[in-house]
Write a protein that binds this ligand. Sequence first.
Ligand code: ATP
Length: 270
Amino acid sequence: MPPLIQLRDVTVRREQTIILDRLSTTIPKSRHTAVLGPNGSGKSSLLKLLTRDFYPSVETDGHQGEVKILGRSDWEVSDLRRSMGIVTPALDSEFSHGRTGRMTVSEAVASGFTATRLKEFGPNITGEVADAVDQAIKTVGMTSLASKPVGRLSTGERRRTMIARAIVHRPPIFVLDEPTGGLDMTAKAKFLEIIDSLANQSAITMVLVTHHLDEVPPPMNHVVLLDRGRIDFDGNKQDGLSGDRISRLFNIPVSVSRGNDGWYEARIKG
Ligand SMILES: Nc1ncnc2c1ncn2[C@@H]1O[C@H](COP(=O)(O)OP(=O)(O)OP(=O)(O)O)[C@@H](O)[C@H]1O
């Protein structure tokens, strides 16, 4: 079986700026991976390569890196997005207003099957689709709000709806970009609990972008650290999240500890 995700020597350039610099990494099935790094290090750009919002740039010597998903690099964008679960700030924002925001929670979740954003382009919510929608909504604790328009949910409720939409069709890959942005303490705790329980399942492989060490769920064992568009570290979480390494990466003295529950914590020293 080919790796789920394979990046080989990929550079992304925008207006003379190199955003990602000859990145190579491989994510096999079940290797939940956290991508960490300071602001502007290229984390979101890396996810955009996976979702085909960005493509590898052709370099001056004609070289072009390669992004393979599920062993293929020749995906139609719509097919590719249907085979992934995606939660990004842009998607979250789209579901917060306008016609997309008028979809009910059930309709929004069902739209994960078609990777669409309007009710009329979504699937019929009957039979197996309806069962899967109910199950996904239950997983994120939104059953009592299933008929409410997503645009009228709180940020935390909407974010949980986005998770349900991402997993409803049981995709092999689930990518999340800064999923706790804007959540209060309670909503964040609830959200991380859901992510943690999904990371305990091996059928879905998660790629999580974050700047917060305390948001990396215990079952997520692999980290990629990015520094100014380059991979600084790609390996085991325990080795990657050392105080020295994180201090160097974020350019500030930090002590990192791991609690008995497996969650990490970072504190600025001094
Ligand atoms: N479409 C674009 N055009 C030009 N520059 C871009 C574009 N997208 C990203 N960049 C630049 O690429 C760099 C990396 O951005 P990216 O958003 O991937 O970083 P990040 O690590 O996700 O940052 P943050 O933690 O702040 O979200 C930044 O310097 C950013 O300004």
